[in-house]
Design a protein around this ligand. Structure first.
Ligand code: GAP
Length: 501
């Protein structure tokens, strides 16, 4: 048979990934037995493990950027005043359009994009309404006339307790960090920069949670809020380390992706050094730590209309998704100024300024914000490979949900089973490993390739006598014999990437 690699079209690839996701336990529609609900997914055992691994990698990398970066945990339910102060009640809206006839609701910018307007998100409500009229757009479901587009607030309102105090499910983890800032500032010896990271669930009442796993109503964010002195925005103590690094950026209102050094981005585009330093670190995370191919990664600078209401500088992190037909946002680097602390100071009437060496000021915030679920989906999309009739998920070992699978070659051989189970129990102490004795060896390899298990170990008739096993490498199918006593040590080096196969 001729080798057919990655020849699936977009729809076939999407169907294949979703079928593997639900058949093997990555993710499922929530409440499937009741017909499910768009925008809600449940992680199965493999998906949860992949998500945990991604979160651990994220924490290890971003918390190590500075000794004063720490992880905290806040709440999903926050009182109304928090979102009055942050501006979410007034501004956290999406443009909603409704059908007069069947009452179906759509995002106006999505309808316009489907009709050929690129970046319709950047249009004002009036411009959207004009385009809808000019283009004679009708309801995609029943062909009925559309009512004028209006702003729809995306937060889920709730009531607390008997008194029914108004609150909201938080649409971003960020507010928890702003509310805790002053306490943590004192608890960490009153120094800036101070970084507060939160990984948690957030909630958005998306009008059209299309694109399957991508636009959810309940999802996880990993966000790092870096509080700093705005007078020092054009410096970073480690600037020299990154100044010559080349960044891949699609600038606002430009079509081409430019390769530009950090130094040039600072001198010609006037982007401050403190901001650029963190852009370079985000790029390093994706290209070097996660291993995303360069051509599938870029930053996109958002213009004044596109960027979030709280941002002064806003670069999105974008990945070229085969399943979604192009570059899509998975994260963002946001210069939020003193928008949030200033807002909370005003509404709460509590002093949120700091005093450092006699200088009193409200710190500014640089936010590194990522959608964890989009990143998990990115891993499935980017590392998915098709080979002949099988698929291989070439996940980096450190992210793979199962690190090692152990098989006795022959199912009925009690001696082999005992050796294989002993190895399984030993490796289980250190990693997520699996034991599999059903089906041919070929099928067992294929099942593990499909879920991204980087190494398979086979115990065969020689193993009892020679005290060794075969270890197989997922990505090229190569095999080596290895002494059982050396197995754990060798695997440790292979999984961490210290040595290659
Ligand atoms: N605190 C800033 C903030 O929340 P955002 O651009 O609204 O910024 C950050 O969201 C990230 O959260 C996005 O880059 C994206 O990865 C993820 N995200 C946003 N909306 C999402 C949704 N409906 N479903 C899944 N992920 C989403």
């Amino acid at each position: 048979m001729t080798e057919k690699t990655n020849k699936l079209n977009r729809q076939e690839k999407t169907e294949k990934i979703f079928s593997i996701a639900s058949n093997r336990g990555f993710f499922f529609n929530t409440a499937n037995i009741y017909g499910g609900k768009a925008g809600f997914f449940t992680y199965g055992h493999l998906g949860k493990s992949l998500k945990n691994n991604w979160e651990s990698l994220w924490k290890k990398y971003y918390l190590n950027l500075d000794e004063n970066f720490h992880e905290i945990q806040s709440n999903s339910i926050l009182p109304e005043n928090v979102f009055k102060a942050s501006g979410h009640i007034e501004n956290f809206n999406d443009p909603l359009v409704e059908c007069k006839k069947c009452n179906s609701r759509f995002r106006a910018d999505h309808l316009l994009e489907q009709d050929g307007i690129a970046d319709a998100e950047a249009l004002s409500i009036e411009e959207m309404n004009n385009e809808i009229i000019n283009r004679k757009l009708k309801c995609p479901k029943c062909g009925g006339n559309l009512i004028d587009a209006r702003q729809f607030n995306m937060m889920f309102p709730i009531e607390i307790g008997f008194a029914g105090d108004r609150a909201y499910l938080s649409p971003e983890t960020a507010q928890g960090a702003y509310l805790t800032f002053k306490d943590e500032f004192f608890a960490t010896r009153s120094q800036l920069p101070l970084g507060l990271a939160i990984i948690d669930k957030v909630y958005r009442n998306e009008i059209s949670p299309r694109q399957g796993f991508f636009r959810l109503r309940e999802f996880t964010q990993s966000e790092l809020q870096i509080f700093f002195d705005a007078d020092r925005i054009n410096e970073h103590e480690n600037w020299k380390e990154i100044e010559n690094e080349i960044l891949l950026i699609k600038f606002a209102n430009k079509e081409k992706i430019e390769k530009i050094t950090c130094k040039k981005l600072n001198s010609s585009h006037k982007i401050p050094k403190f901001y650029i330093y963190h852009v370079a670190k985000v790029q390093k995370f994706y290209l070097e730590i996660v291993g995303i191919p360069k051509e599938k990664f870029r930053f996109r600078e958002l213009n004044e209309i596109e960027r979030a209401f709280y941002n002064k500088i806003h670069f999105d992190v974008e990945i070229d998704f085969g399943t979604l037909g192009g570059f899509k946002e998975i994260g963002g680097i946001h210069y939020r100024t003193d928008h949030d602390l200033g807002g909370h100071q005003k509404v709460s009437k509590k002093n949120l300024s700091v005093n450092i060496d006699g200088k009193k000021f409200i710190p500014h915030v640089l936010e590194l914000s990522f959608g964890v679920d989009r990143n998990v989906f990115m891993l499935l999309d980017i590392f998915f490979n098709k080979k002949e009739n099988n698929t291989i998920l070439k996940l980096p070992s450190k992210l793979a949900p199962i690190k090692v699978a152990i098989f006795p070659l022959v199912k009925k051989d009690k001696k082999l089973i005992r050796i294989a189970k002993d190895i399984y129990k030993e490796l289980l102490q250190e990693w997520d490993v699996s034991y599999d004795e059903s089906g041919s060896i070929g099928k067992r390899y294929a099942r593990n390739d499909e879920i991204g298990t980087p190494f398979c170990i086979t115990v065969d008739s020689d193993s009892a006598e020679k005290k060794d096993v075969t270890i197989r490498n997922r990505d090229d199918g190569k095999q080596k014999r290895i002494k059982i006593t050396e197995l754990r040590d060798v695997l440790r080096k292979l999984i961490s990437g210290e040595v290659s196969f």
